[in-house]
Design a protein around this ligand. Structure first.
Ligand code: FAD
Length: 415
């Protein structure tokens, strides 16, 4: 995609994940030309399913992306939490009420479908160029411009550079935080398989001590997306000995038959390390800004990482619209976004901890959730509804995460 002539873009975005292309699209819809530079030689998303809460669904509507998605996105009827051993339902949320309450349904979709919808909508603006095969290695700036320098020796100068380059962001390191992301000792396996009748049209979390599965339909309801996660204590996190396929089988040996049959469909050649970062202010310096996972990576338990990147995009674009000095809005952007993304980072960790408790703690959790669940959806309004509602104050979680250098998020199994 190259509608924008080289050098004419006001903004250089680094990274063409969901965050990078969303920012480009939102800015372009305000009339600001953007050039996106992606390290990979092809644009694509690893992994299959993505939950898109109504907070992000409203944005997809606003950005003109829904027209490219509606055939294949799925609207689940319920979000259900079950005990993984018996399959017994613990709580359920009626998602059918979401359009009335939040102005958008809860959607689940294939990541590739969302990315291609965003790319198509960006192309329609005529103001977004995307160039793959460009790995950013450095950024330089002066009073008027910022220059992205790539591994192939080329460079691109624009008014500002936006780092949407994910959890191991090079741009973040260049802004002074080169600390590695934090790894929990939970390993993730993922897979897709044809949907059969035992899988209702629901986002389902089946939980047990130190392990869980999440499954939901994607691609028009024809396929199921499956994520399995368990705690591995064997070997250093990310090593070959850690989170093996054999351990996966052991962890889910006592799961109910629906889960047992589903895990047969996992892709076993690939495992994910579960990373996040501590909330940290300071997303910009001069003409350089971080967005998406580069700024505020969270665990997947709230299913909000991509949704928050979409929120970044529209908040930034609203501030940038009509601004003579794009860098001049960066501080306001962070002030608007930081409290909310911090609550999502902290809350995601806690929800993960709570998902995996055992024995009496699990009994207490289930009782508490039934109580809260019986009181309606008020507790979700800050996240899915009005973003100006105060985010809950979530305390620091236990110190169970360790910095992990040099290990990628996705690990390929050696043959
Ligand atoms: C198991 C799992 C399940 C999840 N489920 C959900 C969910 O249901 N809903 C949800 O909202 N979120 C979910 N998330 C989180 C979500 O996937 C991420 O938050 C989101 O994809 C982040 O998007 P991003 O564009 O900021 O970063 P990324 O997707 O990491 O994209 C960064 C891009 O930058 C490129 N890049 C990196 N370095 C450079 C460089 N030096 N130069 C140029 N390009 C570079 C990369 O190649 C990549 O294309 C989940 C995450 C996981 C791990």
């Amino acid at each position: 995609m190259s509608a924008v002539a080289q050098g004419s873009a006001r903004v250089a975005v680094i990274g063409c994940g969901i965050g990078g292309i969303s920012v480009a699209l939102a800015l372009a819809r305000k009339g600001i030309a953007v050039h996106v530079y992606e390290r990979a030689s092809e644009i694509g998303e690893v992994g299959a399913g993505l939950q898109v809460g109504p907070n992000a669904g409203r944005i997809l509507g606003e950005l003109g992306v829904l027209d490219h998605l509606t055939v294949r996105a799925v609207l689940p009827d319920r979000a259900v939490m079950r005990a993984i051993d018996t399959g017994e339902e613990i709580i359920a949320i009626d998602l059918a009420s979401f359009p009335d309450r939040y102005g958008s349904p809860y959607r689940v979709m294939h990541r590739g479908d969302l990315l291609s919808g965003l790319l198509k909508a960006a192309a329609e603006t005529g103001l977004v160029a995307v160039t793959p095969g460009k790995e950013l290695v450095d950024v330089q700036q002066d009073t008027d411009s910022a220059t992205a320098i790539f591994a192939d020796g080329t460079s691109a100068t624009a008014e500002v550079v936006i780092g949407a380059d994910g959890i191991r962001s090079r741009v973040r390191a260049l802004l002074g935080d080169d600390s590695p992301p934090l790894a929990s000792n939970y390993v993730i396996y993922r897979g897709t398989f044809p949907r059969t009748s035992e899988f209702e049209n629901a986002v389902t979390l089946q939980t047990g001590p130190h392990h869980h599965v999440m499954h939901y339909p994607i691609r028009g309801g024809q396929e199921m997306n499956l994520v399995c996660s368990f705690r591995s204590e064997r070997g250093p996190v990310g090593s070959d000995a850690w989170g093996t396929v054999e351990e996966l089988e052991e962890a889910f040996a006592a799961a109910n038959p629906v889960v047992r049959s589903a895990i047969g469909h996992l892709e076993r050649s690939r495992k994910w390390v579960q990373f996040d970062r501590e909330p940290r202010a300071g997303w910009s310096e001069g003409r350089v800004l971080l967005v998406g996972d580069a700024a505020h990576a969270a665990h997947q338990y709230f299913a909000q990482g991509a949704c928050q990147a979409l929120e970044d995009a529209v908040v930034l674009a609203d501030l940038a619209a009509g601004a003579d000095d794009l860098a001049g809005v960066f501080t306001k952007f962070e002030a608007a976004r930081y409290p909310r993304t911090r609550a999502v980072q902290r809350g995601s960790r806690w929800w993960g901890e709570l998902t995996h408790v055992d024995e009496q703690a699990a009994v207490a959790r289930d009782a508490m959730l039934r109580l809260v669940g019986g009181r309606g959806l008020d507790h979700l309004d800050w996240l899915y509804g009005d973003a100006s509602l105060p985010a809950p104050e979530v305390p620091d979680s236990q110190d169970v995460y360790e910095p992990l250098s040099g290990t990628d998020r996705v690990l390929e199994r050696k043959p």
